[in-house]
Design a binder for this molecule. Structure first.
Ligand code: A3P
Ligand code: MG
Length: 287
């Protein structure tokens, strides 16, 4: 597989082109490492982390590669990564510039071999996701962003991704395969014109909004910052928004790297949300 490259005719600032190409190459190689495990015969071996979530050889091998690659490309920028963080290995991020990495987002989808998992690498500057790559190796899809978002899909020319306005017939709502079925979501959608509701795993939900294939992703369930940082950068560059219950943009580098509940959207209609249950507040208090 030859490395993806941002074509010259896509308008990107020279420095950003280098950053985006580096991100593409790193994510694509990490994707190959993940697919090597995915394509093996037999069941994927799963271990359970202290927080009861699953981890596989693919998460660990892809993370080791990404940490080495980022350390080579940007030796002065600290990296906060899911598997290292789960072992308590967290660098200082006091300078405000750091990478957030989830080498395999959607590990459960990976184990179930449904293709809906991603490699996520996001760059944070003073709490804001300013660049990122989300790569779905089993789908041959990649979103890479700096000040604009380019979407690559195997078999097609790369395009500049942009969110859409909500169509006349209503919003396409995307929800987690595993956290999509709750009373808060139903109550939130009651006042909205919904055309259809679809499910997807991992960061793909946010990225579907970036490419104008969905409009709204309410996430009233827990996530960590490495689950959303890269896709949040992608969505911002495509013209979308990812906001908390007050309608404010999600920020990064928070205590324990836990996100509050949020809504991702293409067209910015939501000035916040009230939850049916008080679970988001409890989450925040715990953090
Ligand atoms: N109880 C919990 N606390 C924190 N994060 C959780 C969680 N349950 C699920 N997640 C996050 O949600 C991600 C999966 O999202 P989705 O269900 O939308 O596909 C997981 O990513 P990983 O697979 O990288 O662990 C995990 O980080
Ligand atoms: Mg992960």
């Amino acid at each position: 597989m030859s490395p993806l490259q941002i074509p010259a005719e896509i308008p990107v600032h020279a420095d950003n082109r280098d950053l985006m190409n580096a991100l593409l190459m790193i994510a694509q190689r990490a994707g190959e490492i993940v697919m090597e495990v995915y394509n093996r015969q037999g069941e994927i071996e799963v271990q359970t982390k202290d927080d009861a979530s699953p981890v596989t050889e693919a998460d660990q091998a892809a993370e080791a590669f990404i940490l080495g690659a980022l350390n080579t490309v940007t030796p002065d920028i600290p990296v906060v990564s899911e598997e290292a963080a789960s072992k308590g290995e967290i660098p200082s991020i006091d300078d405000g510039l750091f990478w957030l990495v989830d080498p395999l987002d959607g590990t459960k989808e990976f184990i179930n071999r449904n293709g809906e998992f991603t490699v996520n690498i996001g760059l944070i500057e003073n709490g804001v996701p300013v660049a990122g790559v989300v790569h779905a190796p089993a789908k041959g899809q990649t979103w890479v962003s700096a000040d604009l978002c380019v979407f690559f899909e195997e078999g097609y020319e790369p395009i500049v991704a942009q969110v859409r306005s909500i169509p006349e017939e209503g919003a396409t709502v995307v929800a987690s395969r595993r956290h999509g079925d709750n009373d808060d979501l139903a109550a939130f959608l009651e006042s909205r014109k919904v055309y259809e509701q679809i499910s997807a795993g991992s960061s793909l939900k946010i990225c579907l909004i970036a490419t104008g294939r969905a409009d709204l992703y309410p996430r009233f369930g827990p996530t960590m910052e490495w689950d959303t940082a890269a896709a949040h950068a992608v969505l911002l560059a495509a013209g979308g928004h990812l906001s908390d219950a007050d309608g404010d943009p999600l920020t990064y580098g928070k205590h324990n790297f836990r996100n509050p509940y949020f809504v991702a959207e293409g067209e910015h209609l939501d000035a916040g949300f009230d939850l049916f249950e008080d679970d988001a507040d409890e989450e925040q208090d715990e953090a």
